[in-house]
Write a protein that binds this ligand. Structure first.
Ligand code: KDG
Length: 320
């Protein structure tokens, strides 16, 4: 069985081949990305078994996604292809080097038709960690139901539930901002590990005081909280345990910051699977995040374990 099970939408990414507004761009590089499969690939590269469930369109792009993600070592046996809707797309525009913007063509995509019956409950029951993001919760009613069902199955089998809110304001149309906030907060309250960005924490809980956010979540029964503050540091706290800040690694030239949070999440989960402390896991994750933003694409920069250790050693003069 897999160490980590996750599910959500992955899209074909068409990345502008030149900088400037998309209307003037004539060539695109074909890549792919999706928060949950990015995490699954990150974990696979770090040496863990990961499983990603999803629905793709019964089309060439769907085949492409399965082929690529399977090729990265992720178990895709529970991905189904759906004839009723196409695989979603997104475009990346590069206004200036390092300044990426994203345009989604995903509404009504095959993945938004994922339902709780597409979940392989046995795989969830047998895994160590179930990893979820808020993106899936905002895709559709059926995806939302699947999230809560997956949490229920995980909880019944003592599987750790990890949650990255990964707020997508463009997906809040259906529920409205307040409705979306409520859903994301409900999921966070049921998770064991919650990993928002500082700006997300502020949007969700109305405070940028990290200890206050952690205490709010602890009161709901959450066990571990990690709050990411981009290039500066990450805050970590354990319910009734240690808390502190881990500085980020300094990256001289950010090539593409999209996907850093997923790399970071993979790093934290990898550390926890390796029985590292939360602080050590966050330190390891910070290195993974730094490596991801140093290369283009959402998944291409995800490092192997030895690449992470070499990077830490180069930066700090020791490994681990
Ligand atoms: O976290 C990176 C993701 O943003 C990207 O891979 C695509 O899942 C995606 C999304 O919804 O933006």
């Amino acid at each position: 069985s897999a160490d980590v099970v996750t599910f959500g939408e992955t899209m074909v990414l068409l990345e502008a081949g030149s900088s400037g507004p998309l209307r003037y761009v004539n060539t695109f590089n074909k890549r792919f990305g999706g928060a949950e499969s990015n995490v699954a690939i990150g974990l696979s590269k770090l040496g863990h078994q990961s499983l990603w469930m999803s629905k793709v369109g019964q089309d060439e792009f769907g085949e492409f996604l399965i082929q690529k993600i399977r090729g990265e070592g992720v178990n895709t046996d529970h991905v189904t292809s759906y004839s009723g809707a196409p695989t979603g797309l997104y475009f990346k525009e590069m206004r200036r080097p390092g300044d990426q913007r994203v345009a989604y063509y995903r509404s009504g995509s095959a993945a938004s038709f994922f339902t709780e019956t597409d979940l392989d409950e046995e795989q969830i029951a047998q895994t160590k960690i179930l990893h979820l993001t808020g993106i899936t919760a905002l895709l559709s009613e059926s995806c939302r139901t699947a999230i809560f069902k997956a949490i229920e199955v995980a909880k019944a089998h003592n599987v750790l539930v990890s949650f990255d809110p990964n707020l997508r304001y463009t997906l809040m149309g259906q529920l409205g901002e307040d409705g979306a906030r409520q859903v994301i907060r409900d999921i966070a309250a049921k998770a064991d590990l919650v990993m928002p960005g500082l700006d997300e924490a502020e949007w969700l809980y109305g405070t940028s005081d990290e200890t206050e956010v952690a205490d709010l979540l602890f009161a709901e029964g959450v066990q571990k909280v990690v709050i990411k503050n981009g290039g500066e540091y990450s805050f970590y706290a354990e319910n009734g345990g240690a808390q502190g800040r881990v500085p980020s690694f300094e990256v001289k030239q950010i090539v593409d910051a999209i996907g850093a949070g997923d790399g970071f999440a993979a790093g934290v989960l990898s550390g926890l699977l390796d029985k590292k402390s939360l602080e050590e896991s966050v330190h390891f994750a910070a290195a993974v995040g730094a490596l991801v933003i140093s290369s283009p694409g959402d998944i291409e920069g995800l490092p192997t374990r030895s690449e992470v250790l070499t990077y830490i050693e180069q930066k700090e003069g020791h490994s681990g």
